[in-house]
Design a protein around this ligand. Structure first.
Ligand code: ASP
Length: 332
């Protein structure tokens, strides 16, 4: 019998049924044993309540605790399932992928759109699929999100739908597997290198959304304040930015450059890759030291910034880490 560790962190899946009204985290393990007893037919499962929060309250310190726990325990199991709210699942998955480097076995995050106790819940199938994926052991050495019968690389996934069961997708890479009538999870070869816990994060990051009419001055003040060490700008299309008149973003980039604050430029477009030199705005940003986020998701980008700031010792080292493909989060 395969062995799986299930770490619960909260989210809709474990909340009490009963709408309307806000969903609140509720007791979890009993409900799991009562509602999905067949999970224990797939694997021997140890359940730990790591946290019990709406995922809007997940924090980098919780990611770190989770990564440490998984690092400590995963070699005693075929894989780990993390039950998690859908709202920030893609951030946690990204964080775990950077912190658990060269992971030897699967860490499978799942959640649901409706609580486990509801008749039309998607939690049962998501849990069954997640535990199934977690039993794959060394053939699935990845942090993945398992949702609505599909398996996605965790640091490529995004929550794209609020009120449909197929809430997740990985816009820039195909799913890693499908759990339909047939379970198809092609084996993935593990990259060389030791399994390491890299759990430092520098959370002094700030995100900026470009939009027509955006006032750059508040961001400029933040950059000048000394409170932030890294910046993510969600720009347009290929990484293009306003560069004319009072609305120009270039002063933000200049101020960041002077203070050796690395700037990562992503896109509001969901698919494809940022290519900074293509238009004047992006080209000027690149000339001022900004790094294009390539095809990374905004979720992976912000977490990677925290990771790179914690591990890069100089401005250039942080920028090199941002450019590199560390855990499958960006295409080379
Ligand atoms: N608010 C919930 C959460 O992210 C939503 C969910 O789990 O689907 O915790």
């Amino acid at each position: 019998m395969p062995k799986v560790l299930l770490l619960h962190t909260g989210g809709t899946l474990g909340m009490e049924a009963g709408r309307p009204g806000p969903l609140r985290p509720g007791p979890f393990e009993d409900a799991l044993r009562r509602r999905v007893p067949e999970l224990w037919e797939i694997a021997e499962i140890d359940v730990e309540i790591f946290a019990n929060v709406d995922s809007s309250d997940m924090e980098p310190s919780l990611w770190q605790g989770l990564a440490r726990r998984i690092h400590e325990r995963i070699l005693d199991y075929d894989g780990v399932v993390v039950t998690h709210g859908t709202d920030t699942m893609a951030y946690t998955a990204s964080a775990l992928s950077f912190m658990l480097r060269n992971l030897p076995r699967p860490v499978v995050l799942t959640g649901s759109q409706r609580p486990l106790g509801e008749i039309r819940t998607d939690a049962r199938l998501n849990l069954i699929d997640a535990v199934t994926a977690a039993t794959r052991g060394e053939t699935l050495p990845e942090v993945v999100i398992c949702f609505d019968s599909r398996l996605f690389r965790g640091n490529r996934a995004r929550k794209l739908k609020i009120a449909e069961y197929d809430a997740f997708d990985s816009p820039n890479v195909p799913p890693l597997g499908g759990l339909g009538v047939e379970v198809v999870i092609p084996p993935i070869e593990r990259k060389g290198g030791d399994f390491r816990l890299l759990d430092r994060l520098d959370t002094r990051v700030h995100a900026v959304l470009a939009f027509p009419g955006a006032d750059p001055r508040p961001h400029l003040e933040i950059v000048r304040s000394g409170q932030v060490r890294g910046l993510l700008i969600l720009a347009y299309g290929t990484g293009n930015l306003p560069i004319r008149g009072e609305r120009s973003f270039l002063p933000i980039l200049e101020a960041a450059r002077e203070r050796e604050i690395p700037v990562l430029i992503g896109s509001q477009a969901i698919k494809n890759s940022v290519v900074l030199p293509l238009y004047e705005g992006g080209a000027q940003a690149e000339a001022l030291g900004a790094v294009g986020a390539g095809d990374m998701t905004p979720e992976a980008s912000i977490v990677k910034l925290m990771h790179a700031l914690a591990y890069g010792e100089t401005y250039d080292e942080v920028r090199a880490l941002l450019r590199a493909n560390l855990a499958g989060e960006r295409s080379d």
